[in-house]
Design a protein around this ligand. Sequence first.
Ligand code: GLU
Length: 457
Amino acid sequence: MKEEITRFAPSPTGHLHIGGARTALFSWLFARSKKGKFLLRFEDTDKERSKKEFEESIISSLSWLGIEPDEKPIYQSKNIKSHQKEALNLLESGKAYSCDCSPEQLSEMREKQIKNKLQPKYDGLNREKNISHKEGNVIRFKMPQSGKTIFEDQILGPITVENRELDDFIILRGDGSPTYNFSAALDDKEMKITTVIRGDDHITNTLKQINILKALEEELPQYAHLPMVLSNSGKRLSKRDGAVDITDYRKGGYLKEAIINYLVKLGWSYSDQEIFSKEELVSLFNLSAVNSSPAKFSEELINFYNNYYLNLLDIKNLYELIDTEYEVSFNIKSNDKYLDILNLVREGAKTVLDLIDQIKFFYEVPSYEEQHKELITSNIEVVKIFSENIENIDFNNQQNLENDLKSFLSSKNLKFPQLGKPLRLILSGRQNAPSISQLLFFLGEEESLKRINFFLD
Ligand code: GLU
């Protein structure tokens, strides 16, 4: 059987976006599931907008996610000469034609068509004129004028269009540069792509590219168009919907395992399973299980996955990750119970940044909000009694500490919240921090007393 070859073909005009990352992941998974090859091609012919920094950023985001191409990236811009040659070959063989229509002629044509309620397109004015090609003229592809273009989309099913609806589109511009659809079709042929996986905004391009490949008498690849990823409100996903670039997620403290799991769930499912390892995905992935309607972006789901994987990590590895990838303003290791602290706080943390923020009060005296200060001072009597009895509390053992705390409360006939509320605020600056015994134990006697005395004084 023929080796399966897929590709991801981003234009390096921005960072890797959630939608792009999903396309890359699905192409990669499909190739891996077929023991085939996954290639990367930069569609970088737009000189103005293509930037080296974006190429590097896309490569680094893919590599972070573990979506590695099997060969060095291919640059569309390097193939311009051969694409020009192909356009001239098509011209020579009568499958394309030179056209010297002026912009005025074209807009007149368009207006007339609109007036006559026809779909605007090039009307073939110069199609049969055999104009000899010269600089400044464009080369147009001779689209078949009858019949249909049909393909079986691997996700969306059969797609058919009447050829008379298609345009004699330009393949070589007046300045000699090949157009996108022409180059993309030729590159896919050159790279021996067997399945083209991309967003469904490319369906009209596919129809053009198929006709180019047919004119060249090339075998067609399979096509699989992924429905869009929409925002929660059903619109196109944009920066307003939160982080959309993979670099932002990485910097923001998301784990790659969470991103992969989230991306794959944007359109693909396997019964009602939620959690997938990469190895599992490689063995389970197939295009026929990709949903044919748009996926919805959900911040809640991505946070669910991130929290899940944060809690799955070996705690030492979590520390290493924080230490190597994130800036922390305090020394985590300065508390010898740092692994327990991390373990405790990660339960409720959404991201690594969130986690760092939530352990901060174990290392630095918190800054207290005005309303919290008031709450503390109006309940300070109980805290005072507690501090006077603190020598009865065993700080060396968490279980003992908890029991001592209970004995203290019952001996003074106090209800837990009477002490818990102000003390939690004093120790952590927060209302929803870990339990009092955990706070006292991890902060230690000296630091706890220091924070208590600050209010007593
Ligand atoms: N360069 C196109 C894009 O970034 C991808 C085209 C393709 O995959 O064929 O949307």
